[in-house]
Design a protein around this ligand. Structure first.
Ligand SMILES: [Mg+2]
Length: 266
């Protein structure tokens, strides 16, 4: 019996040190937020009437009827927190990616390497939820310096349904293009973050150059899609969390809008 106790103790110690030896930064981190069971971060009961109104607000956000909006309504902060950290957000992401995959499989690719699927990055491939958890889930105004510091850390986790779609598209033979509102100076941090989160093998990563700054996202992204079309690419699909990722000119055959009730980009 004593030997068994020592053996178990030895196994536990070994496991603990084995865990320490891993470089967790290199591991794919699933999007799982731990919500404390007590303390001020505890999920609160959202009043029925407030929930109803915030539901209606979120529906109109996703339908692009509230255009533009700057911050989430103050009394919807707890509602948005519960949504983005709960199952509804994950299910909606999953349905959007599943439907994109069904469409992708239905497309007969030409096979000349010119069939393209475009992905946005923030809140599409990578989740900035750890950042927004510290910034009121969109109830605070956007703080560019603080967000840039977060981006430079390169630790945003993958949005898992998007990662699954991404891999499926590559297997089907699509060229993947990443078109982001991030800037050229963020290329290295963004590239490392994407790779650490499990994204590989993109055809090109397009970031804002100096002459793109100041352009609305819808114009900047339309211009980049137009340039791709002029090179002979066929834009089959496009996945993004903002309507400005998907609308404008040179749009894809099918667009897939991912949910995002935390911020709006025109
Ligand atoms: Mg985005």
């Amino acid at each position: 019996m004593t030997f068994l106790r020592f053996f178990c103790f030895f196994c536990l110690i070994s496991l603990a040190f084995a865990h320490e030896a891993f470089d967790s930064h290199l591991l794919l981190k699933p999007l799982v937020l731990e919500v404390p069971e007590s303390g001020e971060n505890q999920l609160k009961e959202v009043d029925g009437e407030i929930r109803l109104r915030c539901d209606s607000w979120r529906f109109n956000v996703e339908a692009n009827n509230l255009n533009p909006w700057r911050t989430i309504p103050k009394n919807c902060t707890e509602y948005v927190k519960q949504y983005v950290t709960g199952r509804a957000y994950q299910l909606e992401l999953k349905i959007a990616s599943n439907e994109a995959g069904i469409f992708a499989k239905s497309v007969k690719l030409v096979g000349d390497g010119k069939d393209v699927w475009i992905f946005d990055i923030d809140e599409t491939l990578l989740s900035n939820l750890p950042y927004y958890t510290e910034h009121g889930y969109g109830s605070e105004g956007f703080k560019a310096d603080e967000f840039d510091s977060w981006v430079q850390m390169g630790t945003a986790p993958a949005i898992q349904p998007s990662l699954e779609l991404y891999k499926e598209l590559l297997d089907l033979g699509f060229k993947v293009v990443l078109l982001t509102g991030r800037s050229e100076y963020q290329r290295e941090a963004t590239t490392q973050n994407l790779i650490n989160a499990g994204f590989n093998d993109w055809d090109r990563l397009i970031l804002r150059r100096d002459d793109d700054h100041g352009k609305p996202a819808v114009l900047y992204k339309s211009e980049k899609r137009s340039e791709m079309e002029n090179e002979g690419f066929r834009i089959i699909g496009n996945s993004g969390d903002q309507w400005s990722d998907l609308l404008g000119t040179s749009i894809s055959i099918r667009s897939f809008k991912l949910p995002n009730p935390m911020y709006y980009i025109s």
